[in-house]
Design a protein around this ligand. Structure first.
Ligand SMILES: Cc1cc2nc3c(=O)[nH]c(=O)nc-3n(C[C@H](O)[C@H](O)[C@H](O)COP(=O)(O)OP(=O)(O)OC[C@H]3O[C@@H](n4cnc5c(N)ncnc54)[C@H](O)[C@@H]3O)c2cc1C
Length: 391
């Protein structure tokens, strides 16, 4: 491994690809299935540790924060090559890709202190934005942070916090202004979950997974040094973050979805080879799904390049998000339709994983901002269409 990889993306890709194919220590992650979310996150965190030890997942992150330099394209190549090698993209990378960029940019000292442990898989973070009365309309959030000397005192609740039940830290959007201040009165702050006054309750999903949590703050005291950016800058930082939550997330999800599509194809081929049959138009539907994922990937590649060049993608990231939601739902509906009765009744780990992912894919047009809201953002801020009259 040499630092020339930070400056030379092609040599990084070539060396990474060769290593992923050859490295026997990674092989076990190709075939593992997990009974619980907690097990999956912990084992994927161990994969991050291995990738960190070998240096590969440090590219694309600042040197001062435990990275090895390079930019968003290095991270995109890592996700791409992991998926192409039949390896999962470690689950904690999903939130790292959302939270790492704003923390690195607006709180470099916090990134220097905590990001290396995240990259090593020793800790991971959750994103505390949504609340019971504030999801699509984030500017109405109520979770309050009151300044008290060198600290903030947090009170209120967050909801739907992904990985919230197991995360070490939460990056929260909180109200530091008056209740009426809307987006102007918001700040972003990093909270350790073991702070007295912070409690968490896992939310069991339809699949049975404890992927999400509710988080409660009951006068939790958090040092002001944990602010990300300045007080009152929360909305601007959230907008910066959403580019990553929508666009980089779309790239990594597309890479992983293509891996799963290949696995579905192989499963169906095995069935055919054993004399089984497939539902009508199976090949055509596989082809349609592939085209949908490749369309997303083409769009997403352009967005990743823009982010790497330091451009503000802003509302255009909603296009990537809408394409991703549709493609993920199409893939998992396809698995349900083509696996047929096996999808419902088979209890092998392979089929159970398809079922669990099908359930999760129902949220693909909700998490990170609902599809309806994304389309409105595209209409208003990308296409500049006239506003609809409201009744
Ligand atoms: C699996 C999953 C993981 C999540 N992870 C996180 C996380 O880690 N951190 C976090 O903070 N949040 C997370 N969320 C929450 C997610 O961001 C919100 O669910 C989402 O923004 C929608 O907000 P809401 O649930 O409050 O729905 P609401 O805002 O109440 O919306 C309800 C419905 O009304 C529609 N709607 C609302 N406003 C409009 C409008 N102006 N125009 C048209 N239609 C509208 C929506 O499209 C939706 O269909 C997650 C959600 C899910 C499902």
């Amino acid at each position: 491994m040499t630092d020339t990889f930070a400056a030379d993306l092609d040599s990084y890709r070539t060396a990474l690809r060769a290593n992923l194919m050859r490295e026997s220590s990674l092989h076990a992650w190709r075939t593992r299935h997990y009974a619980t979310t907690e097990e999956r996150i912990a084992d994927h965190a161990a994969l991050m540790g291995e990738l960190y030890r070998q240096g590969w997942n440090r590219y694309g992150w600042p040197v001062a924060a435990g990275g090895a330099g390079g930019d968003e394209r290095h991270r995109a190549v890592l996700y791409d090559e992991l998926a192409a090698a039949g390896l999962p993209i470690p689950t904690p990378h999903l939130l790292l890709e959302t939270l790492g960029p704003p923390v690195s940019r607006f709180a470099p000292e916090l990134a220097a202190r905590y990001l290396p442990a995240y990259l090593r898989g020793e800790e991971w973070w959750g994103q505390g934005f949504s609340e019971p009365e504030a999801g699509s309309d984030l500017a109405s959030l109520r979770c309050r942070a009151r300044r008290d000397g060198d600290n903030y005192v947090l009170s209120g609740q967050k909801l739907w916090t992904s990985h919230g039940a197991t995360a070490t830290r939460l990056v929260c959007l909180v109200r530091t202004g008056t209740p009426e201040s809307r987006h102007r009165g918001l700040s972003m702050i990093m909270v350790d979950v073991d702070t007295p006054g912070v409690s968490r309750r896992p939310i069991a999903l339809a699949s049975g997974d404890n992927e999400l949590a509710e988080v409660f703050f009951d006068d939790a005291i958090v040092p002001a040094s944990r602010l990300i950016g300045a007080e009152g800058q929360g909305w601007a930082i959230a907008m910066y973050l959403l580019q990553y939550e929508r666009a980089m997330y779309a790239w990594m999800s597309a890479a992983d979805a293509l891996r799963r599509l290949r696995e579905l194809r192989d499963q169906l081929s095995t069935r055919l080879a054993a004399g089984g049959t497939l539902p009508g138009a199976a090949a055509q539907r596989l082809g349609q799904c592939y085209s949908q994922l490749i369309t997303l990937r083409a769009r997403s590649a352009q967005t990743v390049r823009r982010l790497a060049a330091g451009a503000t993608v802003g509302p255009e990231a909603s296009v990537d998000k809408v394409l991703l939601g549709g493609a993920e739902i199409a893939l998992y509906d396809l698995s349900r339709d083509l696996l047929g009765p096996e999808f419902v009744f088979d209890d092998t780990a392979t089929v159970a994983q398809w079922r669990s992912e099908w359930w999760y894919s129902r949220s693909a047009t909700i998490l990170g901002g609902s599809a309806e809201v994304q389309r409105t953002i595209i209409a208003d801020h990308v296409l500049g269409l006239p506003k609809e009259a409201t009744v």
